[in-house]
Design a protein around this ligand. Structure first.
Ligand SMILES: *Cc1c(COP(=O)(O)O)cnc(C)c1O
Length: 407
């Protein structure tokens, strides 16, 4: 039987870019008796969570909540809007974009995958050029990952929206925000997304097991004509029963307790703008640390476009001949910290520092100190003082509240 080890003292640093650390407040909220999901008390909880998720996605349109990991909400976005054989234009930003494309293949759609280099977000000009060629409008949707968790590159969604509009193309815009929602700025309505896919276990600071679709009126209209077989993922029945705060099948009630708490923390107490500014501070401090280590060292930031650096995680590429998994092992064994592994094509070459969710300046400093000590123990060349560079930046932010707010 699995037994959680308490052999180590102090707190484990779970600095993978999801699942993220679950705050004690949320754990306590979840630790309550499960209630009748058709009773009066439940409706209050359901309505609060659904309205709160509209605030988080920055939408006035319906949001549905699935008792499933993010992968389920990926599938839901496709089967509700498309019919078998429909073409969908997808962009290879990295591992997660590839997984979504693979689902589209398995479900009988025809994804066209624009090749990417795993060091940039989706390129708006490439999407525009492909759509402009598609005079017959055979492409029914464009699907992109907002925060590509395997590379730390953010796709510029407003620019992609503008590219689709410039091409004069009616395709729906489907966006994966599983690792950005609740950490990075995202506006479902103002940015013109048609379906936004989210998950519980990253910026929302919940355990895994819950995911979301935010749905535009245009996507709802497309769903009426979709011929894909679906039952569990179907929006129509879900949205109609959600109006009163209930669900067509048993929801994960205890995760909804946690979600209700997360909504209070993010929306009502800290405020989304402050949440985004806080993550920007962590992203900037981490990049300063990595750039410092990299001077004369054996590494670089994987993301190559300044405009696309993720404030939720930083992926670090080690120079050929150095093993990122060996480094992560040394850090886990010696300092009890988990870092994200390199996924897919960058396996073994990349490690990822998660700096999202329940996280503050000192959590970041513990994280960066662990990484810097790890370089020393693993024998990876680095310039000493990256953690200091991050400290200098964080202290500067603290001295200048305006900088902190604008950051
Ligand atoms: C984590 C993640 C997913 C997949 O979520 P699961 O919960 O593992 O199914 C999808 N997209 C992105 C960008 C992610 O980071």
């Amino acid at each position: 039987m699995f037994k959680y080890s308490n052999a180590k003292s102090g707190r484990h640093f779970l600095q993978i870019p999801g699942p993220t650390n679950v705050p004690d407040r949320i754990l306590r909220a979840i630790d309550r008796p499960t209630i009748d999901h058709r009773g009066p008390e439940f409706g209050v909880l359901g309505r609060k969570c659904l309205a709160g998720m509209q605030a988080i996605f920055q939408t006035t349109q319906p949001v549905v909540i699935y008792p499933a990991s993010g992968t389920g909400a990926w599938e839901a976005a496709l089967v509700n809007t498309l019919s078998p054989g429909d073409a969908v234009l997808m962009y290879e930003s990295g591992h997660f974009a590839t997984l979504w494309k693979n689902i589209a293949v398995k479900m009988g759609f025809k994804p066209e995958f624009i090749e990417g280099d795993w060091r940039h977000g989706a390129v708006p000009e490439a999407i525009e050029a492909r759509l402009a060629e598609d005079k017959a409008h055979t492409i029914k949707a464009v699907a992109v990952v907002h925060n590509e968790t395997s590379t730390g590159c953010v796709s510029r969604i407003p620019e992609i929206r503008a590219a689709i509009d410039r091409a004069g193309h009616p395709a729906l815009l489907l966006v994966d925000t599983v690792s950005s929602i609740g950490s990075l700025e995202y506006k479902h309505d103002a940015w013109g997304a048609d379906v936004t896919v989210g998950g519980s276990q990253k910026g929302l600071m919940l355990p895994p097991g819950m995911s979301f679709n935010a749905i535009s009126a245009k996507a709802l209209a497309a769903a009426k004509n979709s011929k894909s077989l679906k039952s569990f993922w179907g929006w129509e029945e879900m949205i109609s029963i959600n109006k009163n705060g209930y669900f067509p099948y048993t929801p994960n009630t205890n995760l909804l307790y946690g979600l209700s708490e997360a909504i209070e923390m993010l929306v009502e107490e800290e405020g989304l703008e402050n949440v985004f500014a806080r993550h920007h501070r962590f992203g900037e401090a981490t990049r300063r640390a990595v750039r410092h280590w990299a001077q004369g060292g054996a590494m670089e930031i994987l993301c190559q476009d300044e405009r696309e650096h993720s404030d939720a995680l930083t992926a670090v590429l080690l120079t050929q001949g150095h093993n990122a998994d060996a480094l992560r092992r040394v850090i886990l064994e010696n300092f009890d910290m988990s870092l994200g592994q390199g996924l897919g094509e960058v396996s073994g070459r990349v490690f990822r520092i998660g700096h999202l969710g329940d996280f503050n300046d000192l959590t970041l400093m513990g994280t960066l100190a662990g990484v810097e000590m790890g370089f020393e123990v693993a024998g990876i060349p680095y310039r000493k003082g990256g953690a200091q560079a991050a400290m200098d930046y964080l202290a500067e932010c603290a001295k200048k509240p305006a900088l902190k707010a604008a950051a």
